[in-house]
Design a protein around this ligand. Structure first.
Ligand code: N7H
Length: 449
């Protein structure tokens, strides 16, 4: 076994939201805070450090119920983190999501000017996420968290979003989500694709070696170690429009399902086209030991089964021949639906807001999240499809090519089905770092001496 394979992550210092898969089904609540008073902010960090759960102890009584806390760059500033330390964080994080709108394709309706307030403004300092298998246990977790910030003058809860993951893990478009996850060296948590070598821990947690051989460190080291970057995006989904599109482009329900599967790379059941290209196989879709056990290059380099432009092949080309090296663009995803389900068969928009609270977890905002969003989702050059874009989540002029013999099919002018309602770039510190933030005064005093 190589030295790297012996890497052990310090799970007791890593927030459970970073590594632990979420239970099924589950409910979740996001709460955003503004820090108006520096001292109160530090007190909040101290209190949060006592309710945040670590990734260790997966079998404890509260293992399924977790509270995680992340800070924006503005939040670190509001706590009075010294400039030298602030400067040691990733450039994209320091810019914030709003400043990165152009690169992320957040234009037109998705422009930050149209975002839900206060998302994307300098007001958002801290984001808390509570996750639990049911509402009762969520309330208990939220209650514990609430006690930490209520009656703390100078701390304002400014935004809240409730979300849920259904027992069948179906998101608003009707696809099973949450199937594909990378394995991470030293985490003890298995990945879902037996054909993917576990990724170096430094791809997901700061302070460890990554796939490029580097180790990310902050000033001081304790602030970043065992922490990670988290991207939250509230993504509205136009479900009625998606259904109407499938109907208009197909002859009957079977054709609709096949087109939906071609656009995603999986049938709505989760069954991958790579393993059952002609018909759905719901049993396969629900079987975690088989539903992610595939690669592309061996028998489908052209994309006759799984189109190169489909959502899952774009966002993780696996072994497919693309420009670049797929392993350095992997991510942990935690998507959770929000809003009411649009009843089956309804084709008219009911005006309700529904969609996905998308969450990315990874140590590299630039080459992981931003690269995938800008190069793989909103471009087709990397796999030889010119200006094609992701037909599910792309923005701008969306075209999609279905490789087919004797001639390929091209769908042009696909409507935009997903609109960004807001989001934040955050840093989710380790538990020791949370306490470091709480003790900032004392720490700085000691440094002066
Ligand atoms: Fe995507 N969906 O629910 O329809 N996604 N996604 N995603 N996505 C995946 O394989 C969806 C979004 C990735 O390893 C599945 O677990 C929706 C963004 C990646 O094979 C489904 C939205 C980004 C994968 C969805 C959305 C990604 C993936 C299949 C927005 C990154 C794994 C289930 C509203 C920038 C690919 C699964 C792999 C899979 C959906 C957004 C990335 C069903 C609705 C913004 C890396």
């Amino acid at each position: 076994m190589s030295e790297e394979n012996n890497v052990k992550l310090e799970l007791d210092d890593i927030q459970s939201g970073v590594l632990r898969p979420r239970p099924t089904p589950y409910v979740a609540t996001y709460v955003a805070f503004r820090i108006d008073d520096r001292k109160a902010g530090r007190e909040l960090m101290d209190r949060f450090s006592q309710v945040v759960t670590s990734a260790a102890n997966p079998n404890g009584p509260l293992a399924d119920t977790s509270v995680s806390v992340a800070l924006t760059y503005q939040g670190l500033k509001a706590l009075g983190v010294p400039q030298e330390s602030l400067d040691s964080f990733a450039w994209e994080f320091r810019q914030g999501m709003t400043a990165r709108a152009k690169e992320l394709g957040d234009s037109g309706e998705s422009d930050p000017e149209n975002w839900e307030q206060p998302l994307g403004t300098p007001e958002v300092h801290v984001v808390l996420v509570a996750v639990s298998p049911d509402k009762d246990r969520l309330e208990v977790a939220l209650d514990r968290a609430r006690k930490t910030y209520q009656e703390l003058p100078g701390i304002e809860a400014i935004w809240r979003q409730d979300c849920h993951a259904l027992p069948d893990e179906k998101e608003p478009f009707g696809f099973r989500d949450g199937i594909s996850h990378p394995a991470i060296e030293g985490s003890g948590i298995p990945g879902s694709n037996p054909r993917e070598q576990p990724l170096k821990a430094g791809e997901f947690v700061l302070g460890y070696t990554d796939e490029m051989g580097g180790v990310q460190k902050t000033v001081p080291e304790i602030l970043g170690r065992n922490g990670t970057y988290v991207v939250f995006r509230k993504l509205h989904q136009r479900v009625a429009e998606f259904r109407r599109f499938l109907k208009a482009q197909s002859n009957g329900p079977e054709g609709e399902e096949l087109l939906a599967a071609k656009m995603m790379g999986r049938w709505r059941s989760g069954a991958p086209l790579a393993l059952c290209p002609f018909h759905d196989d719901p049993e396969l879709g629900a079987d975690p030991s088989r539903n992610n056990d595939f690669l592309y290059e061996g028998d489908d380099s052209v994309g006759l089964k799984t189109p190169g432009g489909s959502h899952i092949r774009r966002t993780n080309p696996r072994d497919a021949a693309v420009a670049g090296f797929a392993r350095i663009h992997r991510m942990i995803r935690r998507g959770t639906a929000y809003g009411p389900t649009l009843p089956e068969g309804v084709l008219e928009d009911d005006g309700a807001d529904r969609g996905l609270m998308f969450a990315f977890v990874g140590a590299n905002l630039g080459r992981q999240f931003e690269f995938v969003q800008s190069q793989w989702v909103n471009d087709g050059v990397f796999f030889g499809a010119g200006d094609d874009r992701d037909p599910i989540i792309g923005s701008g002029d969306i075209n999609f090519t279905l490789p087919h013999r004797p001639v390929r099919k091209r769908l042009r002018g696909i409507p935009r089905f997903v609109v960004t309602r807001g989001g934040e770039y955050c840093f989710m510190p380790g538990l020791r770092a949370l306490r470091w933030l709480a003790d900032l005064d004392a720490g700085l005093e000691m440094k002066k001496r």
